[in-house]
Design a protein around this ligand. Structure first.
Ligand code: DGJ
Length: 741
């Protein structure tokens, strides 16, 4: 890691272990240009030619006549609006006169060790030894706008964090109509663009296409309930794959409306921008006030997608997830949602807990339906009092019974919502987000609470705290089941209504922060109708996020593959459920369902009392298997070996211990084919010289692992491949374990 300003060259040099990122100051006015981002440079001689200031139209210093042409072709470090750069701007500001142009130029900078927090926002962090930061102050004097461009580089990962803080330096209000977090300009290299697309129950499927002229954008206006797009975009050099080729990845540490866009212009240069989606955004800055954008992460890999995955996994594990559970064994939980839906009482839950405890399950999570008079999804959100008719003896009794069985207890909340049929709504109808005179849109029979208001947040937190203090509760599932519409807050002035969507997200972050401050040992799992809010922002608060409401083992292969491309396995909420699966009606073997869920936090989402004795026996072996492997899966290095999304036939990935002494290979044969031979799969990251013994997990046996009588060298496994035989039937899972001898 290295971060310095080269005075003579007027260059900022930001180095991570394997990458360099260079920013130049140009001309008398001090435009900030993006020089280079890529593999680490040993020597910078000649690098400034990339700014093309020696090519026509030259800089405004030397050719003011072509100033607009200059601004429209210069590789900007942070693009601005309305003065000649017709590519996508990062910032647009309306001033008191109604004008909207912005032109930011260099004023000063500061370089320091460590990294400052971003007030009210999740952000990556680090200490004096492993992070260095740069703050470049720019100004638009005509507008009275200051902007601090913030950068941080890390000693242990090839990632850079960027954000911007704007300040009104003038005497009249300014309106920020667009405030993106960052930009990257460079020449096009025939890039492909990779994004993650989906729908409810079908989150995060990869889409890769050629990037052409014009703009390609993914975005969301759903504010936190978005299965459709992910705040991520990557550019890939032609032919780049898992292990080779260049990849530029961009990921947004934010849980609300976003945009990520790649654009190719007339000169075949590329501009990537990322930030809060400007539609539905306008932030008023009174004189002296500031606005901090959320943070975006950029990574560069010359080792294909696996390099990007490694950098992001390291960043999120070491510099984003704060939970004490990060390196702790997560309890095997059983959640009653798919088991009972709303139809439960204390007796049913205690019986589920009793039978689960006997099989090695460690926590009972009571999902939706325990409060107000909620017997279906049409009422009671906001009334966070225990339904005493359903749970006789109340929460303390239920929790004591569960704890007496040696299990922990967890509970579900949906704190951001209000049902029109609730006591809370009858008392405070104006607490719902709604436009006066217009009935707000319904989704799942509910409205959204106006979390921009402190009294609303305080009330909900108080009710949650009362519940959580009333019994020994170790886990909270924080759900969010509809997107925002009808944006209007009864508490915001007309010229501040454009702040609501972002203020809502800030309010939710503040509530989660307060929850964790009050209950520091709590295991928090975020959720949004499945995986609708699986983003780096939420990882700052919860070490795990429910990945999808689709628990089918086959569907999960694709969802978990794309999720694991960006996030460590330890963050991926994954449970075994019953067959036929409730989302797709498919029957898959219990073994396969277990192997797929093991590649995540592991748990069950079913009514255990309805399983056969034979199934229960397998469950008890699965829980033992989790016990023996959870540390390796949680802490290990992840390698994607084959993609079911690409080959439509089988799925394979590997998890290695950091020292290369052990490895797990997860293989799923989706559809069987007749008369095929074993498949050889080259492994990754082993010790070439070492020899490994191969075991195969078999939960039908007491031992759990069967010795296969096979020994391979690391180099054979990596160069020739591990043979995986065909299995009889569809949807067959295989879990192989390699141990160095
Ligand atoms: C959506 C979640 O994804 C489910 O797991 C469940 O908690 C339901 N909400 C409950 O309403």
């Amino acid at each position: 890691m290295n971060l310095q300003y080269l005075e003579e060259e007027r260059i900022f040099r930001l180095d991570t272990p394997g990458t360099s990122y260079l920013i130049g100051i140009v001309g008398e006015e001090g435009f900030l240009g993006h020089i280079y981002y890529g593999g680490r440079l040993a020597d910078l001689s000649g690098i400034k030619t990339l700014l093309r200031t020696e090519e026509a139209p030259y800089t405004p210093d030397t050719n003011d006549r072509e100033r607009i042409s200059f601004l429209d072709s210069f590789p900007m470090e942070y693009s601005f609006h309305g003065v000649g750069d017709y590519r996508e701007s990062c910032v647009r500001v309306r001033d008191a006169a109604g004008a909207g142009a912005v032109c930011l130029t260099y004023v000063k900078h500061e370089i320091f060790r460590g990294k400052e927090k971003l007030p009210g926002l999740p952000a990556v962090f680090g200490g004096q030894d492993d992070v260095m930061s740069l703050a470049i102050t720019c100004e638009d004097k005509a507008l009275g706008l200051g902007a601090v461009l913030k950068y941080s580089v890390f000693a242990d990962t090839d990632a850079i964090a960027k954000s911007v803080c704007f300040t009104n330096l003038g005497e009249k209000p300014l309106y920020l109509e667009k405030a993106l977090s960052g930009c990257l300009d460079m020449d096009n290299r025939e890039f492909d663009v990779l994004t993650l697309h989906g729908s409810w129950g079908r989150e995060r499927h990869m889409e890769r296409k050629k990037l052409g002229h014009g703009k390609f954008k993914v975005s969301s206006l759903r504010d936190g309930n978005c299965h459709q797009e992910h705040p991520f975009l990557a550019l890939l050099s032609p032919g780049a794959d898992q292990d080779a080729g260049e990849v530029y990845g961009f990921h947004f540490v934010y849980s609300g409306n976003f945009m990520a866009q790649a654009e190719v212009n007339q000169f075949d240069s590329v501009r990537v921008v990322m930030g809060i989606e400007p539609e539905d955004f306008c932030w008023k800055l009174e004189p002296g006030e500031s606005f901090q954008t959320p943070e975006m992460i950029t990574v560069y890999s010359e080792k294909g997608l696996s390099g990007m995955t490694k950098s992001l996994h390291t960043l999120y594990r070491k510099h984003l997830i704060r939970s004490p559970y990060l390196h702790k064994r997560r309890p095997i939980l059983i959640n009653n949602w798919e088991g009972t839906y709303f139809d439960f009482n204390e007796e049913k839950l205690i019986e589920i807990a009793r039978q689960s405890a006997a099989l090695g399950i460690e926590m009972l999570v009571m999902d939706d339906g325990w409060f107000g008079d909620r017997c279906d999804d049409s009422r009671s959100l906001g009334d966070w009092q225990v339904n005493q008719e359903k749970l006789k003896g109340g929460l303390p009794y239920l929790v004591e019974q569960v704890k007496a069985l040696g299990m922990q207890f967890g509970i579900w909340f949906e704190p951001e919502m209000i049902s029109p049929d609730s006591r809370l709504y009858r008392e405070h109808p104006d607490w719902a987000i709604a436009i006066p005179g217009r009935r707000p849109g319904m989704a799942r029979n509910q409205y959204v609470l106006d979390l921009s208001r402190k009294e609303v947040r305080d009330h909900i937190m108080e009710e949650m705290f009362d519940i959580l203090h009333s019994a020994d509760i170790a886990y909270v599932k924080w759900d969010m089941n509809r997107p925002l519409t009808d944006l209007h807050s009864a508490a915001l002035a007309p010229d501040r209504q454009g702040e609501l969507a972002h203020r809502f997200v800030l309010g939710m972050y503040e509530m989660q922060e307060r929850l964790l401050a009050e209950f520091p040992g709590l295991l928090l799992e975020n959720c949004s109708s499945g995986g609708g809010r699986f983003d780096p922002g939420m990882l700052y608060y919860s070490p795990q996020i429910w990945c999808s409401d689709d628990t089918d083992a086959v569907e999960r292969l694709a969802i978990q593959e794309s999720t694991a491309m960006l996030y460590p396995l330890s963050t991926i909420g994954a449970h075994v459920s019953v067959c036929p699966n409730h989302a797709v009606g498919r029957n898959t073997p219990l073994e396969t369902r277990g192997f797929v869920a093991l590649a995540g936090t592991f748990g069950y989402e079913l009514d255990i009392t309805k399983l056969t004795e034979e199934e229960k026996e397998l469950v008890s072996r699965q829980t033992r298997l989790y016990g023996s492997l959870c540390e390796l899966i949680r802490e290990g290095d992840y390698y994607r070996l084959a993609s079911y999304q690409e080959n439509h036939s089988y799925d394979c990935f590997q998890v290695n211990a950091a020292d290369g002494g052990q490895a797990l290979v997860f293989y799923t044969q989706v559809l069987n084919e007749t008369n095929r031979k074993a498949r050889f799969i080259p492994l990754r990251g082993l010790l070439e010289e070492a020899r490994y013994v191969l075991y195969q997990a078999d939960i039908k046996t007491e031992e759990l692992f069967v010795y296969t009588n096979r020994i391979f060298s690391g180099s054979v496994l990596m160069k020739a491949g591990l043979p995986v035989e065909r299995m009889w039937g569809d949807f067959q899972g295989r879990l192989l374990y390699l141990k160095k001898i």
